[in-house]
Write a protein that binds this ligand. Structure first.
Ligand code: HSE
Length: 391
């Protein structure tokens, strides 16, 4: 097996995890030569001579053939990754923001320099969704990819709904467990999930998706009343990322939205930091991928798998194409919209109303809404309005 010499960027939750794994697992014939860090004053569980603050020392070291980029700062990551590939080094990255924002350009650079650019760890932690979309589903017609792709929000929602923790405590719990982003706003507002959905969209449907085109609402507007409603109906609330094609086989809808799902269904049973993704296809019907979506060792396992793939020069083929996604919000879906009684839900949003409720302090309407109406008046961004999909 090819001997791999790695330059590692970042020694956080995942960086340290991969260092530990590679120190113990000699089988892969891969070793870390240097780790580039930002704060040399921090004490770390590895020999001091392993660390440097000089990125160029690693990027220009001819003995290093693979860069593993596991830092937080997407802009710095972009500079590192592009320089590395231009210097002829292959790259493994877990930086979903950087990938989603520069996907086509990064692919082009990797092709121009004939290097591998792999990022299984950027999407759903340990769940091998990207390689499966690339390889296994390269010929079956895909019609949907849908799932829980953010471990932190899933963890928070479970703690709130099942264990009665309040939001602040549950978020803190997700942070100390190493699941949350260093800026947890990215998790709880559904932005991290949107980055992942964009990356999935390219591998599933060959479409380059601008994250701003995804209908998105996070979990911060959810109200205790919504959890109560869910309990009464035997639902749970999950943050679901969804990409579906229309009857013409075109991808037309992408969303990241809180969603009521049956408590006993597969998403309802996907709890804590677990992720679960259903791939819908013409021939296979539905397949479910399930596993830990965040955390040190689950994410390290995806990085490790990419290191192994690199040893046989694996590169994504992007066989479904690389064309821009054109959003179309014409589809109608069923949604629950709730807010303070004083604010009142706007009935004009709905094509059809199935259920309406008002009490002394809260009101909601459930009915059919054309997706473009969700873009009206900033309701997706209004923290006082709960929008929960029933699709
Ligand atoms: N913050 C991310 C999550 C980490 O909670 O899913 C894994 O991408």
């Amino acid at each position: 097996m090819k001997k791999v010499t790695i330059g590692l960027f970042g020694f956080g939750v995942v960086g340290e995890g991969i260092y530990q794994v590679l120190s113990e697992k000699q089988a892969l014939n891969a070793s870390i030569k240097k780790v580039v860090i930002k704060h040399p004053e921090k004490s770390r569980n590895a020999p001091a001579e392993l660390f440097t603050t000089d990125a160029d020392e690693v990027l220009h070291d001819d003995a290093i053939d693979l860069i593993v980029e596991l830092i937080d700062d997407a802009e710095a990551a972009y500079t590192i990754v592009t320089n590395a590939m231009r210097n002829g080094k292959s790259v493994i990255s877990a930086n979903k923001k950087m990938i989603a924002e520069h996907h086509l350009e990064l692919i082009q650079i990797s092709r121009d320099h004939q290097v591998s650019f792999l990022y299984e760890a950027a999407v759903c932690g340990s769940v091998p969704i990207i390689r499966n979309l690339e390889e296994y589903f390269d010929n079956d017609l895909l019609i949907s990819v849908e799932g829980i792709v953010n471990g932190s929000t899933n963890f928070i929602l479970c703690k709130m709904l099942q264990e009665g923790e309040d939001y602040a405590n549950a978020l803190h719990h997700a942070q100390v467990s190493g699941f949350a982003e260093s800026n947890p706003h990215l998790d709880v507002e559904g932005i991290d999930a949107a980055y992942k959905l964009s990356i999935i969209g390219l591998h599933a449907f060959g479409k380059q998706i601008d994250v701003g085109e995804i209908l998105r609402k996070g979990i911060t507007s959810l109200h205790p009343f919504d959890f109560q409603y869910a309990k009464e109906k035997d639902y749970v609330i999950k943050l679901i990322a969804k990409a579906t094609v229309n009857e013409h086989g075109e991808l037309d809808t992408l969303s990241v939205l809180p969603t009521f799902v049956s408590r006993s269904g597969i998403f309802g049973q996907t709890n804590n930091e677990y992720n679960g993704v259903v791939v819908g296809s013409v021939l296979a019907d539905e397949q479910f991928f399930y596993g830990k979506g965040a955390g040190r060792f689950p994410t390290s396992s995806a990085v490790l798998s990419d290191i192994s793939a690199y040893t046989y020069q694996y590169k994504y083929g992007y066989k479904k194409g690389l064309t821009p996604f054109r959003p179309n919000y014409d589809r109608t879906g069923r949604y629950y919209i709730a807010c303070d009684k004083a604010l009142a839900v706007d009935r004009a949003l709905f094509d059809e109303i199935d259920e309406e409720f008002i009490n002394h302090d809260r009101s909601y309407i459930i009915g059919k809404i054309r997706q473009k109406n969700l873009l009206l008046n900033g309701i997706l961004n209004n923290p006082q309005i709960s929008i929960i999909s029933l699709n």
